[in-house]
Design a protein around this ligand. Structure first.
Ligand code: NAD
Ligand code: UGA
Length: 464
């Protein structure tokens, strides 16, 4: 089973879609079929107009267009794709559990287990099963137990191949990753399986960037990488609050420390708080795992990253209330940005949701503009919190198609996402149409504060 000709990927989401599209693009001899239970999502991936694919990522539509219908297929026929494939990637969601033991912390593995059971039920010949989803360390053991106990004689090899792409730069990250990590069994069969996957990536990735380890190291490395990245953001955000009290400027501090090659300059941008579907979920999962082994100091250490992040979001909202003379009741606050970062339409765990929630508690009226996020997503995000009814969210939050409309008659503007276009707006025009005094709270540190102050805005940014 060394040369792979047929790949199936279960899960056509933010990871499965782009990852497999790039494999298909780079490996024209491999047939790649991405399957999902969600028929609507699959239909969108198959939309005649490639610009309507369900995920916005710069460069992704072109990659999909290059391979779709040639060796890249999107389907809801999961059984067929499993049956045909020699290698099956599992790329389904692994959200934080919302019930039972580990509620609010542990990863919910029910979707993973369903995949394993479906593979076990359908497979008629030996297969390599690849964990692409982010999973707790030792999940491969559970997968193997399920797969090996079907009594149909099929042999499975389990590999861990976590994905390190970041949204907004997914295509670039996949075309030229810092590394690809593949964990597998240390026995001869495990090594053969590892080599089969190494050979797929070797079609475009230099061998020195393909790292192989045992399966547990690979699983744990993914959680560790996300914990370290998020920890840097929380660390600089902690310093941002101290900067505000002391007259230091967090950007200058970040530059000064980042020039130390041992620290490095990336991921030191103070912000309103990190969002995204993974940092929080993966750290909570890590905390849960540490606790389950009785490692309370390890658990507490990492939990602090989340505590700091929650604090950063909260203090951004409370600063708005305080600055607006201790009340935002009935005031219009324009939100520029709703996505958790620029260049994506993904809003999962976006700081904007939590800042909005806090301001809604204070009876603000919120006007949202985001270049890529649809209004139904904004309402869905707020409704999902469950802090108030959907009718109330609709009444107090409006979503605009243009930034000037969102800012018109606003008392304040809050920048929640670092979209480039915000920098080039006609800020004089925006100022002229706002209530005075006109406030801006830059949660992303992207606007030119001194220029805005010259126009007349009262400008406030994190860490200064
Ligand atoms: P997603 O929610 O966008 O996509 C998951 C898809 O799996 C959904 O479309 C869902 O319908 C489908 N699915 C669930 N159960 C299924 C089943 N039994 N059969 C068929 N389809 C099923 O999630 P995502 O953002 O792509 O994340 C997937 C995994 O990758 C997670 O473990 C996540 O932690 C990890 N990850 C995500 C990112 C990211 O940037 N989003 C990056 C690295 C790793
Ligand atoms: C992150 C990791 O960077 C990926 O390597 C990983 O694969 C992925 O999580 C995952 O497992 O899902 P992503 O969440 O897409 O990727 O985006 P990031 O660029 O990491 O940003 C995460 C959040 O941190 C965003 O809200 C961003 O605005 C914030 N951030 C990031 C800062 O506030 N400051 C920084 O300096 C960097």
């Amino acid at each position: 089973m060394s040369t792979i000709k047929n790949i199936c990927c279960i899960g056509a989401g933010y990871v499965g879609g782009p990852t497999m599209a790039v494999i298909a693009h780079k490996c024209p001899d491999i047939k790649v079929t991405i399957v999902d239970l969600n028929a609507e999502r699959i239909a969108a991936w198959n939309d005649e107009d490639v610009n309507n694919i369900p995920i916005y990522e710069p460069g992704l539509a072109e990659i999909v267009a290059s391979a779709r219908g040639r060796n890249l297929f999107f389907s809801t026929d999961i059984d067929k794709a499993i049956d045909e494939a020699e290698m099956i990637f599992i790329s389904v969601n692994t959200p934080t559990k919302t019930y039972g033991v580990g509620k609010g912390m542990a990863a919910d593995l029910k979707y993973i287990e369903l995949c394993a059971r479906q593979i076990a039920a359908v497979a008629k010949n030996n297969k390599i099963v690849v964990e692409k989803s982010t999973l707790p360390v030792r999940t491969a053991e559970a997968l193997k137990n399920i797969l090996d106990n079907t009594g149909n004689g099929v042999k499975f090899q389990i590999l861990s191949n976590p994905e390190f792409l970041a949204e907004g730069t997914a295509v670039q990250d996949l075309l030229s990753p810092d590394r690809v990590l593949i964990g597998g069994g240390t026995d001869a069969e495990g090594q053969v399986a590892i080599k089969a996957l190494v050979d797929v990536y070797a079609n475009w990735i230099p061998s020195e960037r393909i790292l192989t380890t045992n399966v547990w190291s690979s699983e744990l490395s993914k959680l560790t990488a996300n914990a370290f990245l998020a920890q840097r953001v929380s660390s600089i955000n902690a310093m941002s609050e101290l900067c505000e009290k002391t007259g230091a400027d967090v950007e200058e501090v970040a530059r000064a420390i980042g020039m130390d090659s041992r620290i490095g300059s990336k991921f030191l941008k103070a912000s309103v708080g990190f969002g995204g579907s993974c940092f929080q979920k993966d750290i909570l999962n890590l905390v849960y795992i540490a606790k389950s082994y009785g490692l309370s100091e390890v658990a507490d250490y990492w939990e602090q990253v989340i505590i700091m992040n929650d604090h950063q979001k909260k203090r951004f909202a409370s600063n708005i209330v305080r600055t607006l003379y201790n009340t935002v009741s009935g005031k219009k606050i324009a939100f520029l940005g709703w996505a958790f970062k620029k260049d994506t339409n993904d809003t999962r765990e976006s700081a904007a949701i939590y800042v909005a929630d806090d301001l809604l508690f204070e009876q603000a009226n919120i006007a949202v503009y985001d270049p890529k996020v649809k209004s139904e997503t904004v309402y869905r995000d707020l409704d999902y919190l469950g802090t108030r009814g959907s009718a109330e969210n609709k009444e107090n939050v409006s979503v605009f198609n243009d930034p000037y409309g969102a800012c018109k008659d606003a008392h304040a503007i809050a920048v929640l996402t670092e979209w480039d276009e915000f920098k080039s707006y006609d800020w004089q025009k925006i100022y002229d149409n706002m209530k005075k005094p006109a406030f801006i709270f830059d949660g992303r540190k992207i606007l030119d504060g001194s220029k805005l102050q010259q126009i007349g805005f009262i400008f406030s940014e994190i860490g200064k």
